[in-house]
Ligand binder design. Structure first.
Ligand SMILES: [Zn+2]
Length: 356
């Protein structure tokens, strides 16, 4: 079926339609395209913005996080007035304003093996905007299982790297980075990240998405591009499939037993220890109902939006809850304390939650 463009859309995309690398037919393919952007932080923000402005017809944005002031220098989908609100909710609103002719779907969920198949199903390409390898490994496994192309990328300090994974054709992420654990790896909260390197790497990711959606050969299949902003150099490293790969090497995917809910420490915010709790499945909470049940004076509502809310508890703890059941808890001493508070609050929702 040929997609029709309105006059406004035609004008909006006119500089791509005259571009030989895209053209009218390419633009039609972009409009039919379905893309999941996993993580709308430093890389995912510019990726989602470009895909939206370029007219990709369906964009699913997936993120578990809440907007913080320290995001704003590099994540330009958000402004000061969005601090404390779920990233996917703010991002979806902004992206729809940027291009009202496409569909944007927010998924406020935590990516791990329990949720990832649901998160990436029915799309043509998955784009990496993640900040940790645990989630990337889950995405890689799901994309391999569902045969969905996956554009990997990461960036830290002034460096970035990206590659295009086509399941069954080239190497998968596990072939390239076997058994990578996040432990000991630098994070942007400890060593920082230059916003310019994010623009470069996210731009290349989008270039690869467009190549795939328009039926062209991706340029980074079997190649890892590493970019260094300080030296202004890039290198292309050949990467190959490994027959010993635990995901695509035919030896079977290892299965880890995980007990939910899982609690993990995330980047400290404003010097306070911060923990994230993952319920281990995608749930839909009725936040209004939950708020009406939390009628103790120790809970004070700070922000409330369509997909989430933030409570102040006993003056020192900030508890943000997404309606998918994920919580971000600031100001607690330990993971155990975070989990105890989570359980206290979630006890109130057992009867009103429904699975999707
Ligand atoms: Zn592999």
């Amino acid at each position: 079926m040929v997609e029709e463009f309105t006059d406004k859309e035609f004008e909006m995309y006119s500089r791509q339609i005259v571009l030989s690398a895209i053209g009218y037919q390419g633009q039609e393919k972009l409009k039919k395209g379905r893309v999941a952007v996993v993580g709308v932080g430093g890389l995912g923000s510019p990726v989602a913005t470009l895909l939206t402005a370029m007219g990709v017809g369906y964009i699913r944005i997936i993120d578990r996080d809440i907007v913080e002031v320290s995001n704003l220098h590099r994540q330009h989908l958000y402004t000061f007035k969005d601090v404390g609100y779920p990233k996917v909710e703010v991002a979806a609103k902004r992206l729809r304003e940027l291009n009202p002719y496409i569909e944007v779907e927010p998924f406020p969920i935590f990516i791990d093996d329990s949720t990832v198949l649901e998160a990436v199903r029915d799309v043509d390409v998955v784009v990496d905007g993640l900040d940790n390898f645990k989630a990337r490994r889950a995405v890689n496994k799901a994309c391999y299982k569902l045969s969905i192309p996956y554009i990997y990328a990461s960036a830290i300090e002034t460096y970035g790297s990206t590659t295009t994974i086509i399941p069954g054709v080239g190497p998968c992420l596990e072939c390239i980075f076997p058994n990578v654990s996040d432990e000991g790896l630098p994070t942007c909260s400890t060593v920082g990240v230059h916003p310019s390197v994010l623009q470069i790497i996210s731009g290349i990711e989008v270039y690869e998405v467009v190549n795939i959606l328009t039926g062209k050969s991706p340029r980074l299949l079997g190649k890892l591009l590493i970019y260094d902003l300080r030296e202004l150099t890039s290198s292309l490293v050949d990467v190959t499939k490994s027959k010993y790969c635990s995901v695509c090497g035919g030896l079977g995917v290892e299965k880890e037993e995980v007990r939910y809910p899982v609690v993990e420490e995330v980047c400290a915010r404003g010097g306070l220890a911060t923990f994230m709790v993952n319920p281990g499945r995608i749930i839909r909470l009725n936040l209004e109902e939950l708020l009406s049940r939390l009628n103790s004076p120790k809970y004070k509502l700070i922000t409330r939006s369509q997909l989430g809310m933030t409570l102040q508890i006993d003056s020192k703890i900030k508890f943000s809850l997404l309606h998918s059941g994920i919580a971000v808890i600031e100001g607690v001493e330990s993971g155990e304390e975070a989990l105890r508070i989570y359980r206290d609050i979630m006890e109130n929702v057992i009867k009103i939650e429904t699975e999707i």
